[in-house]
Structures are given as structure tokens and as C-alpha cells.
Design a protein around this ligand. Structure first.
Ligand SMILES: [Zn+2]
Length: 594
């Protein structure tokens, strides 16, 4: 299935990895008995039904039915192909995979892996430039003046891009990357007359943007002077999608989990400074407004989010635009209001940690913050202004579907606008055209209908090689009728024959089929508490044999009818003999009773 990576190597990589370690790099998991539990990243849910088992080295969601091993998780979560998922785990655990020259081609390794390689090399170049060139030293001085020093350079891999037109393009070319790949990485821009390309980032401090898994997916470049644009970012590429990543997430994620809170800021420098002052659960939205995708990334780690945006109009609008997403994801959002003219970087540098903490403690609920902003500028003591303000607020509250939250905001409005509670509720109802009913978000579920006898047999066989061997001593994989289950049965049979260690994870690797992985993990997680496993095995085998014999008997009856119609005496005799033998067998095994 994987082509160039030998099966043994794949199993070695899987066995070396720890599924809990890998998955908890993406979502918050809490211990639950001998397993771990968390909110499923593959469907919307409010109560966790996503289970990870260290013992089985598998995951399974009881809500949507998805499951599998470490590779299946990465394939689903990161949208990777099977070989890409295997390579990603190998890289993480430092396992070398010897690739031949041909294997290094895009067809095998995948374009993504090549682009990660280009970015990582470019970042090394930028870091070296910052430290070792005279131009870089000026940038270093600039950063040091803002208090950004060695520790931050290391944590955030900060670098510098020279003012030359093509220093990076030339460097990457010397390292063997084609112009096409360099262009595709977004690090270079093609000249208008198509005669070659030049560096996108020039004379800028470089902040690499990391994916949550630690790969560099893009870059942000900041000017040293006041020329515009102040910031430029990588364009969208195969690995960098705007609105899908967060700056600083890869280093902030552990603290976000332990603090159960995430602080969102606007700029790269804000985040670097916040970490330097100990607010290591801070990250930046890379663009002004947080998208629903980014909010979901955060929701996988914590339910609490604090916005610290600049106190200007752009900052206020960014919070407004994130509002619906915050409600949709069910995050608890708060907003910190900075003194005018300040950003987190300037505030921290001038006031320090304690004042910043006090600021965070004074944060306001996002809904209340938005209500405040909406009624700003109205003279609430006059009737006409008050009704205009109310209309504006009602518009904002239309997104609130949770009745409890709505009640909270209504209370807040009562105190703010001085309108009577009854009137306010009437206004809300009228605004929602009365017909709205508050339905909690439906949790999606998926059920697969399968033959229970065959399911039980597969479940039993997955428990051990001995059971599987015993089953196949009596029936064959051909006896399975459900195509998906037959596929699994065939692989179990192969696994017994191969004399290798019997391991359901290995079967998953070989098949590398999403549906199969969902099923196998479901079987293992739901594996019945077999009261008497011996009896269960022999019952299932008997049932299968009986089903097969009855089917054969029916076939013979059909053929008999056909032969009778044709008057084919020879065939009739043969069929009658077969029928008699089968009938005797069924009688002797008592299969015909009941
Ligand atoms: Zn799920």
C-alpha cells in the first residue's frame, strides 16, 4: 500500500511511536480509566466521546465512529496520504527511512514534505544571516532595543532577510532546489518578464510560521523602518493556508492546555514579547480576524480565549468579526481593552508583568464588550438614540443561539440601556420573528449496519492469533458475505500465514483503508465482554457453517428445479446425491434443528 516503505519499517515506526503523545500534540486529552478522553476533532460535540488507548495504540470516536491508529489519525487530521503520515511519524521519532534517489521524487515523498524541506533550509539561512552579517547585526540591535534577545531568537527561530535581491534564491538553488519549487514555496517571486525570480522577503526581520506539528509552513517579514507595508506574509501555498494557522501555536500549545486558556494577539512581536514576560499561552491570528478554523484549532486545546487587540478601530472590528465563530465553537471569549495607543508589546515593555496580569483579570466577556462598542456614541438618555442603539444590539445578538447566554446578555442590556426586562424580551422575540425555537446544536452521529454474526467473528479473531487460527481451521474468509468484513477476514488469514506477530495495528497498516480502520478500532474499543469466549467462538463457527450449508442446500434445490424442467436425468442424479449427503451432514451435526 505504501509503495516504497517496506511493511516491516512501517510497523517499526508505528511501534516506536506513542499514539497518546502524537494526538495530544493536537488536542487536549484527559485520563479516563485506562484510556484518554477528549473532544472529537472530526465532528462537533460538547461532551467528549473521542477515546485514545495507549494499550491498544488506537483511537476511536463513539460519536462519529471514526478511528484507527497513529497513521489514520494524521491522515484524517492533517489530510495526509498514508506514506505522508508514515514519514511524518518517522521524522518525529527520528527514524531514518533510506530513500533511493527515485523515492525522493515528489511522487513518493509528496510535495508537502519537499516544501517543508525548503522552508526549513530557508529558515536556517535567515537565522545565520541575522547573526553573521553586518546587515543582520543592525536588525539584531533593533530587536535588542525592544528587549528581544537570545532566548526569543531560539524559541521563535527569528531570522533576517538581506536587502539583496536574490541571496536566498541563489542559496536554495545551490542546495539543489529547482526554481519551480522555490516559487511554489512562496519564498521567491517571478520577475515580470519571466526571466528568473527574486526573493520575496528582503531587508526584513523574519518570523517563521510553524504548524502545530512543528513544521515551518510560511514566514512573516517585518520592516525595520516605517516604510510600508510594515508586515508581509508568505502567500498561500500547498502547506500555508490563510486563516488556518496561528502564529506561536506550536510553542504555546502545552501552556494553553495547562492554563486552560489561550491569549490571542495581533502581531508577531506582541507574541514574542508576551512569551518573554511569561505569558506563554499567547499566539497571534496572522491577519486581523480569527476564522472559524482557527477558533476550532484553539477549541481543541482549551475552551477559554482572551482577545488582546490594539485599541484602534481595526482591533475592535477584529473582535466583532470573531464573535460569530466564538459562539459557533462554544468557546468562552473575553476581551482585554488596552489603553489607547498601546499594543501588548509596548504595554509589557513599559508597565511589566503585574500590570499586564491586572489587565487580563479585568477582561470583559466578549458579548458584553460588543454590546458596549455597539451602543458607543449614542446618548442613551434620549428615547430615539436608545431605540437606535437597541436595534443595533439586537442585530448583534441574533447570532446567540444559546438561550442561557442570551438571558445573560439581556440582563446586561437592561442595566446598560435602562429598558424594562419585559420590553427587552418582547423586542428580542419580535426581532427573531417569534418563530425561532432554540435548538441545541445537533451532535452528528454515524451508524453502520453490519451482519452481527460476521462482526462477532471478526471481533473474536482480532483478540488473538489462537482464536483466529481456530476460526480459519473451520471456515474460510470466502464465507464472509459483507465485502468490508471479508476484506478484513482475508487480511487476518494472511497475517496468520505470514508467521509475523499478530497485531491489529499491522493489519490496519497493510490495508490503509479509512473505512476498515474505523471498523477495526470500533471492534476493539467495543469488544464485547465475552462471558464465555470458548462458547462464543464455537457458536459463531457453527452459525457460519450452518449458514453456508443452508445456502448450498438452497442452491442445489434451485439447480434441481432447473434440471427437472430440462429433463436432464444425469444432472438430476448427481444433484440428488449431493443433496442427500449434505442433508445427512446437516442432520448429524444437528444443524437442521431449529
Ligand atoms: Zn467524532
Amino acid at each position: 500500500m505504501s509503495g516504497f516503505i517496506p511493511e516491516e519499517k512501517i510497523e517499526e515506526i508505528r511501534a516506536t511511536s506513542d499514539i497518546f503523545e502524537v494526538i495530544s500534540g493536537y488536542i487536549t486529552l484527559n485520563r479516563s480509566g485506562k484510556n484518554y478522553k477528549g473532544l472529537c476533532p472530526f465532528h462537533h460535540e460538547k461532551t467528549p466521546s473521542f477515546i485514545v488507548s495507549s494499550e491498544k495504540q488506537m483511537f476511536h470516536c463513539f460519536g462519529c465512529g471514526q478511528g484507527g491508529n497513529v497513521f489514520s489519525f494524521l491522515m484524517k487530521y492533517e489530510n495526509l496520504s498514508f506514506p505522508e503520515a508514515v514519514l511524518s511519524v518517522a521524522k518525529r521519532y527520528g527514524i531514518q527511512i533510506k530513500l533511493t534517489r527515485d523515492d525522493k521524487s515528489e511522487k513518493f515523498v509528496g510535495k508537502k514534505e519537499i516544501l517543508y524541506g525548503v522552508n526549513s533550509l530557508a529558515n536556517e539561512f535567515f537565522k545565520k544571516t541575522l547573526k553573521e552579517t553586518s546587515e543582520g547585526k543592525a536588525a539584531l540591535e533593533y530587536l535588542r532595543k525592544r528587549g528581544i534577545e537570545e532566548g526569543s531568537f531560539k524559541d521563535f527561530n527569528i531570522g533576517y532577510a538581506l536587502s539583496e535581491w536574490d541571496s536566498l534564491v541563489k542559496y536554495l538553488g545551490r542546495k539543489g532546489y529547482s526554481e519551480e519549487i522555490i516559487l511554489e514555496s512562496g519564498l521567491a517571486v517571478q520577475r515580470e518578464n519571466k526571466s528568473g525570480s527574486y526573493d520575496r522577503f528582503r531587508k526584513r526581520i523574519i518570523f517563521p510560521i510553524f504548524h502545530i506539528n512543528g513544521e515551518i509552513i510560511g514566514f512573516g517579514g517585518r520592516n525595520l523602518d516605517d516604510s510600508l507595508p510594515k508586515y508581509i506574509n508568505s502567500p498561500e501555498t500547498l502547506i500555508y493556508k490563510k486563516g488556518e494557522s496561528l502564529y506561536g501555536l506550536h510553542i504555546a500549545k502545552e501552556r494553553i492546555k495547562t492554563d486552560n486558556c489561550c491569549i490571542v494577539m495581533e502581531g508577531y512581536v506582541d507574541v514574542v514579547t508576551a512569551h518573554r514576560f511569561g505569558f506563554k499561552n499567547s499566539l497571534a491570528s496572522l491577519g486581523t480576524a480569527l476564522t472559524e478554523k482557527q477558533l476550532r484549532l484553539i477549541k481543541s486545546l482549551t475552551g477559554n480565549i482572551i482577545f488582546i487587540y490594539d485599541a484602534d478601530r481595526a482591533g475592535i472590528n477584529a473582535v466583532l468579526r470573531a464573535w460569530e465563530g466564538v459562539l459557533k465553537t462554544g468557546l468562552c471569549g473575553k476581551v482585554v481593552v488596552l489603553p489607547e495607543g498601546d499594543d501588548p508589546d509596548s504595554f509589557l515593555n513599559s508597565k511589566g508583568t503585574e500590570d499586564f496580569k491586572a489587565l487580563i483579570n479585568s477582561s470583559k466577556d466578549i458579548g458584553e464588550y460588543i454590546i458596549d462598542r455597539s451602543v458607543e456614541g449614542y446618548n442613551l438618555s434620549t428615547t430615539s438614540d436608545r431605540s437606535q442603539a437597541l436595534t443595533k444590539v439586537l442585530k448583534v445578538l441574533e447570532s446567540v443561539m444559546c438561550i442561557l447566554r442570551l438571558a445573560d446578555y439581556a440582563n446586561y442590556l437592561v442595566s446598560k440601556l435602562g429598558v424594562k426586562e419585559e420590553f427587552l424580551y418582547e423586542a428580542i422575540k419580535y426581532d427573531r420573528k417569534k418563530d425561532i425555537t432554540f435548538v441545541p446544536l445537533k451532535e452528528e452521529t454515524r451508524k453502520i449496519q453490519l451482519d452481527s454474526l460476521e462482526v462477532h467473528l471478526i471481533q473474536l479473531m482480532l483478540t488473538s492469533k489462537e482464536v483466529a487460527t481456530r476460526v480459519f481451521d473451520n471456515i474460510s474468509s470466502d464465507d464472509f458475505e459483507v465485502p468490508l468484513l471479508k476484506k478484513i477476514a482475508i487480511e487476518i488469514a494472511n497475517s496468520i500465514k505470514s508467521n509475523k506477530e499478530f497485531e491489529p495495528n499491522r493489519i490496519m497498516n497493510i490495508m490503509a483503508d479509512e473505512e476498515v480502520n474505523d471498523l477495526i478500532s470500533a471492534f476493539l474499543f467495543k469488544s464485547e465482554d465475552w462471558q464465555d469466549i470458548e462458547k462464543a467462538i464455537s457458536d459463531c463457527i457453527k452459525q457460519m457453517q450452518k449458514r453456508k450449508a443452508k445456502k448450498t442446500l438452497n442452491n442445489i434445490e434451485d439447480e434441481l428445479k432447473l434440471a427437472k424442467g430440462k429433463g436432464d436425468e444425469n444432472t438430476l442424479d448427481k444433484l440428488l446425491e449431493q443433496k442427500y449427503k449434505l442433508y445427512t451432514f446437516l442432520k448429524s451435526t444437528k444443524f437442521l434443528e431449529n
